[in-house]
Design a binder for this molecule. Structure first.
Ligand SMILES: Nc1ncnc2c1ncn2[C@@H]1O[C@H](COP(=O)(O)OP(=O)(O)OP(=O)(O)O)[C@@H](O)[C@H]1O
Ligand SMILES: [Mg+2]
Length: 288
């Protein structure tokens, strides 16, 4: 089989496929407007049911990648396929958990979850039952009637996760959902997310700054370059079932994988810092 045919087979089987995706933004510069390349020629295939983690330095285009996949913005060039079809806009086939808590402040936890279900045509009784079920799944039974300002950061993020799960999307897109949480809450939510993934078989694209988090959660970890973001390397994480080994994080294999990713990432972080410090190279981020 030729390389081209092989690529075609992989792409056909992929749940999500980024094909040479570039994203440029118009930015103000002095009195004029110029173009800023946030992502440049990204190629990435995610398999059905896969848990893919993405790491990269701050500002390299991770959230941009997720927004494109969510259909909230469009590639400048290239295309993104979901189940082999180009993404044209947002859809209920993708559940999104944003970097910042994105709950409606005027709705209770339950009403936040019911929101997506209204659009899907569930009856009031079904909505209530589903909201209750998913709140229980993320450990928030009894908090149905709380408003977001009455919940802790970790609880808000749990509601956001419950909401994204409640309408049963095939794909979950998560942008550093646990970054703002304390270490204990983060670990318990990681474990919960893994067990939800094991139970439901959803395809998950999980963006994170945390190398440990990426190794612990991902079946593969994609490392992005400094801006403009590209996929630098994809590393397989051949660790067994996380739930069967409580101490997986302190094992030698885990340590070796963490080190491998850290080395890849360190180069990029240094590059991105050098980039930000130099006025000349900072300008080089602006497209030709
Ligand atoms: N709407 C926009 N207009 C102009 N520039 C943008 C826009 N959105 C993002 N950018 C720029 O694109 C680059 C990538 O941004 P993005 O938010 O994707 O980074 P990130 O990898 O998610 O960073 P972080 O890890 O800090 O969340 C940044 O330099 C950012 O300033
Ligand atoms: Mg981001």
């Amino acid at each position: 089989m030729s390389e081209k045919q092989q690529q075609a087979v992989i792409t056909e089987a992929a749940k999500i496929s980024f094909q040479n995706v570039t994203k440029r933004f118009q930015v103000r510069e002095g009195r004029g407007v110029s173009e800023f390349t946030a992502m440049d020629g990204v190629n990435l295939d995610v398999r059905p049911g896969e848990f893919m983690a993405v790491v990269g330095p701050s500002g390299c285009g991770k959230s941009t990648l997720l927004d494109l996949l969510a259909g909230l913005s469009h590639p400048t060039s290239g295309q993104i396929l979901l189940d082999g079809r180009p993404i044209t806009g947002p859809g209920l086939d993708r559940g999104i958990v944003f970097q910042q808590y994105a709950l409606f402040p005027w709705r209770t936890a339950r009403a936040n979850i019911e929101f997506g279900l209204e659009a899907k045509g569930f009856s009031q009784k079904e909505r209530r039952e589903r909201a209750r079920h998913y709140l229980a799944l993320v450990g928030l039974s009894g908090f149905e009637n709380r408003y977001p300002h009455e919940l802790s950061g970790g609880m808000k993020q749990r509601v956001a996760i419950a909401r994204s799960l409640a309408f049963d999307p095939d794909v979950l897109l998560m942008d550093e959902p646990f970054a703002a949480l304390d270490a204990q809450t983060r670990e318990s939510l990681q474990t919960e997310l893994l067990s939800i993934w094991e139970q439901t078989g959803k395809t998950i694209l999980f963006i994170t700054h945390g190398i440990d988090e990426a190794v612990y959660l991902g079946q593969r970890v994609a490392v992005m370059t400094a801006r403009p973001g590209r996929i630098k390397r994809i590393i397989d994480i051949p660790l067994g079932k996380r739930s069967e080994d409580e101490d997986i994080r302190s094992g030698a294999e885990f340590g070796a994988l963490r080190h491998e990713i850290w080395s890849e990432l360190r180069e990029e972080v240094q590059r991105s810092q050098a980039f930000d410090r130099s006025p000349v190279t900072a300008k080089a981020g602006l497209a030709k």
